[in-house]
Design a protein around this ligand. Structure first.
Ligand code: SF4
Length: 476
């Protein structure tokens, strides 16, 4: 079977033919996208705030080693432990060892994209530890055995009927339950799990270097339950999630939440400052922060791709993207879908296996426009496309014939004379194969072009010649 990131075209075709998903994806645009636009318009100095947010990320990523050291010292001073993991295997091993050492039977998870990179829930189940997602969307896709479909709305592709049926199959509830009833059912089941969990694993929206605080943004309160009930709390973060100060945090929360859901502030913003102190009633006995690299150093080292580390994972670029809204999240084949996924996945999971992703874009620029920190995604996609075509042999993924075809195309388009002559030759050679002025099907490697559209035959008299003729007749 092909690695999932190599199934982009197949996945996209399947999604386009699925009316339920196509209808569900309307919500991405009509909900999140329009809410973000309204929130931006209603916020005074919105563009200046985005500029400030970008400046904070630029500064932090340029001084990442300094701030990571500061964060480590502060978490240490707060009574927590910090573990740097070079890859997901190291991070997983650390967490599983910890769970075994503390005799953990049940782990509750709050939304974490990095733990998706690690397939942590599967790894835990494999060694006999029960791992339960507590974000409702994540819980639904865990029941379905699927990966998240959207960065902030993991089950956006599921219809109400599908969720009701799934709950009925797994929990024996009535398949005709309303959304409110489904939520109540999930709440009841999760509450019981919260109470018996020994350990929690959460993501990190921001880590504040100057205080060692871990910040979680949620709308369901599950993050707060996860960080206060179990005796061990493990927070897992990509190394880019750091902000220097509390003042910077205020700015970043403002632009993240408005860009993600259009809210002024999410229902819960939880800050964790290490394990429970002696005088405190709630909180874990132990706090561990796992900081994961897993290919991020490669992004940091490449000046053309470094900006990807500015990402706040708000999902705005997905909602704005005309490609994502049609091909859906699973077509991208890995943890991160949409425009930012098309940049991050090839670098973190391997360009050769994800060679179609940089091409999954019309380069319209809607993602850059929507991004709260103005990440230049189209430019990074072009850079990756260049690597796929012209990069080192180990990442190059375009066949010799296709390269030759595009080289000839480029040569033909470099000079007006060549373009004119090339068009005339193509018209002469193509005439016997064209029907009604178009080619219905062309041979590989360009066959993909005519799979869902026609290719026009180059005109016998190009526009340039017709225009000249009209002008000489005095009608121009
Ligand atoms: S690239 Fe920008 S818009 Fe897309 S998820 Fe990241 S921060 Fe949000």
């Amino acid at each position: 079977m092909l690695p999932k990131t190599e199934r982009f075209k197949q996945g996209a075709r399947e999604t386009l033919a699925d009316p339920v998903i196509q209808e569900s994806m309307e919500a991405v645009y009509n909900g999140f996208h329009t809410n973000r636009q309204s929130a931006g318009q209603a916020t005074e100095g919105w563009d200046a705030q985005r500029d400030r947010g970008r400046a904070i990320k630029e500064h932090t990523i340029a001084n990442l080693d300094y701030y990571l050291e500061m964060l480590t010292d502060k978490v240490d001073a707060n009574g927590g432990n910090v573990f740097f993991a070079e890859d997901t295997a190291a991070a997983t091993e650390y967490i599983l060892d910890l769970a075994r050492a503390r005799d953990v039977k049940t782990v509750i998870k709050s939304k974490s994209m990095v733990s998706e990179e690690m397939s942590l829930a599967h790894e835990m189940e494999a060694v006999g530890i029960e791992a339960v997602e507590t974000d409702l969307g994540e819980y639904i896709i865990q029941l379905a055995g699927e990966a998240p479909y959207h960065i902030i709305a993991p089950a956006i592709h599921k219809s109400q009927d599908q969720v009701a049926e799934m709950f009925a199959e797994t929990t024996g509830t009535d398949p005709g339950q309303t959304p409110e009833e489904l939520t109540t059912t999930a709440r009841g089941m999760l509450r019981e799990t919260f109470q018996r969990a020994d350990m929690s694993v959460t993501g990190v929206n921001f880590a504040v270097a100057e205080s060692g605080s871990i910040v979680l943004v949620t709308n369901e309160g599950n993050g707060r339950m996860c960080t206060s009930i179990p005796r061990v709390h493990v927070a897992v973060m990509g190394m880019e999630k750091i902000v220097p100060s509390m003042q910077d945090l205020g700015m970043m929360l403002r632009i993240l939440i408005r860009s993600a859901t259009g809210q002024r502030i999410s229902s819960y913003v939880t800050m964790v400052n290490g394990p429970r102190r002696d005088e405190e009633e709630d909180g874990p006995e132990e706090f561990h922060l796992v900081i994961v690299d897993n290919g991020r150093m490669r992004l940091l080292a490449d000046p053309n791709l470094r900006e990807a580390l500015y990402c706040l994972r708000c999902g705005a670029c997905l909602n704005a993207c005309p490609v994502y809204r049609k091909v859906g999240g699973h077509s991208y084949g890995w943890v991160y879908p949409g425009p930012i996924g098309a940049v991050v996945s090839p670098v973190l999971s391997g360009l050769k296996q994800a060679k179609d992703l940089p091409f999954a874009s019309s380069l319209c620029g809607a993602c850059r426009e929507a991004c709260p920190v103005r990440i230049d995604i189209p430019n990074m996609l072009l850079h990756l496309r260049h690597q796929v075509v012209e990069g080192p042999r180990e990442v190059r993924s375009v066949g010799r014939v296709e390269r030759l075809v595009w080289k000839a195309w480029r040569f033909g388009n470099m000079k007006p004379g060549r373009f004119r002559t090339g068009g005339k030759i193509a018209n002469l050679l193509g005439r016997p194969f064209a029907r009604g002025g178009t080619f219905r099907r062309v041979p590989p490697p360009l066959s993909g072009w005519t799979r869902s559209r026609d290719l026009p035959l180059p005109a016998s008299t190009p526009f340039r010649d017709r225009f000249k003729k009209r002008r000489s007749r005095g009608r121009g």
